[in-house]
Each structure stands twice: as C-alpha cells, then as structure tokens.
Design a protein around this ligand. Structure first.
Ligand SMILES: [Zn+2]
Length: 233
C-alpha cells in the first residue's frame, strides 16, 4: 500500500515517459512504451558485405537486431544510450542481441568483446556504450566479457561524413590486440559487439586485430544496422 503510494508519487514527480513519444508508460516498461517498442523494425536481412568477409576469412558470421532509421523510435533510444548516460538501455539492447544469437545457435561463444572507444573519447563520454551492450549479451549467453582485449591505438575522426572507401582508410590500423590475452583467447569463439554497424569498416578492422591472435570462430554483431547515407553536395 505504502509502496504503491510512493510509486505513484514518484511517477508524479518523475513521470516514467517514453523516450520516443513522450507518453506516460506502464510501470513495467523502460525507455520505450509498448507501442513504440513494437514499432522497432527487426533487421532480418544479411549485411551486404557479409559473404565477402566470410569468404575472406575475417569473420564467421555477422548479425544486427534492428534497423536504425532516422525519425523512428530507435533514434531516441540510441541517443539516450550514447549521450544521456542511460547505460541500462545498452543492457536491454545487448539482451536482444543475446536472444538473437541464441536463436542462431550461437551458444558456442566463449568471450564477448565490445568495440573500444579511443581513450580521449572515453574521457569525454566517461563510458563506452558498447561495454553495456556486451554485458547485456552476456546476461543471455553467459559468456565472459573482456573490455580491453582490443585497444584503439589511433584516434580516428568521426566517420559521419565519410563514404565507404574513406571509412576504411580512416580506421585502417586503428586497433591492436592486447597481447596479454593471447593465450586466453587462442582457439576460443569470440563475439565482437558494437552499437551500430554501417559499412562495417570499424568493426571489421577491430575483427582483423582479434583474428591475428588466432582465435576460433569470430562473429560480429550490433544492436542496429544503418544504411550509409552521404549527402553529396
Ligand atoms: Zn512511445
């Protein structure tokens, strides 16, 4: 009784509203109301570069949970995760990746590695959103998360305005494998995770650094996939 009065009062002072439509939500919902959550568009396609990357031996599989489309409910959710310190949104998205991985029989994953941020960027943002995504995946797959298995050794300018070829050059050699894990990861199956994949340039460069350590299967995944849109002026 007292508890429900307290919850009602709390909801009055700090209303639990949907990040996308701003409407009040059911007490059991977080970040998005049921209606907006239901409108998130599953990514059922295959990454356009997947076959080439598997044939080239960089990865064994790749998948994303949702389409990232501007103006849809996923945009405020990602904004909250990246810029408003709503880290639990990362856990929730990670759990969705974990469920998708399990449905693809990817229960053979030994370690989950988040794509790292450069330390200058980490200082600005104070946290790496992909680490929370990795923890969410781990809640489902029960595999250990290693946050520092790959080091972002070179600062790379933002990719927002770069095309596919420019992105590849931009991240070339940006990651190095942390040799202290060489023994631990040898022959083990790895799931490398990021928030959004677009051309795959960043995560594939990161995957190459891990592959050099002689791991077993290497799969890459993200909470969302975005098509590259460049305004050519
Ligand atoms: Zn809503």
């Amino acid at each position: 009784m007292l508890n429900s009065i307290f919850n009602n009062l709390l909801n009055f002072i700090l209303p639990n509203t949907c990040l996308a439509c701003d409407e009040p939500m059911d007490p059991g919902s977080s970040y998005l109301c049921k209606s907006c959550y239901g409108k998130l568009e599953p990514y059922k396609e295959t990454h356009p570069w997947q076959a080439e990357q598997i044939a080239g031996g960089t990865i064994d599989d790749s998948f994303s949970v949702y389409w990232f489309r501007e103006g849809t409910a996923i945009q405020p959710l990602f904004h909250a995760l990246k810029y408003q310190k709503i880290k639990k949104a990362g856990l929730m998205l990670g759990e969705e990746i974990g469920k998708l991985a399990a449905s693809k029989n990817r229960n053979d994953i030994d370690f989950i590695i988040p794509v790292p941020l450069h330390k200058a960027k980490l200082r600005d943002r104070t946290y790496n959103q992909s680490e929370f995504i990795a923890r969410g995946i781990s809640n489902i797959l029960k595999a250990e998360v290693i946050n520092d298995a790959v080091i972002r050794s070179r600062f790379t300018p933002t990719q927002t305005r770069l095309n596919k070829a420019e992105r590849k050059v931009n991240v070339s050699g940006a990651f190095s494998f942390n040799q202290k894990y060489a023994g631990k990861l040898r022959g083990k199956n790895i799931l490398l995770a990021d928030d959004v994949i677009t051309t795959g340039a960043t995560i594939l460069e990161c995957a190459s650094a891990i592959k050099s350590a002689g791991c077993g299967k290497l799969c890459i995944c993200s909470a969302a996939y975005a098509e590259l849109k460049i305004n050519v002026v």
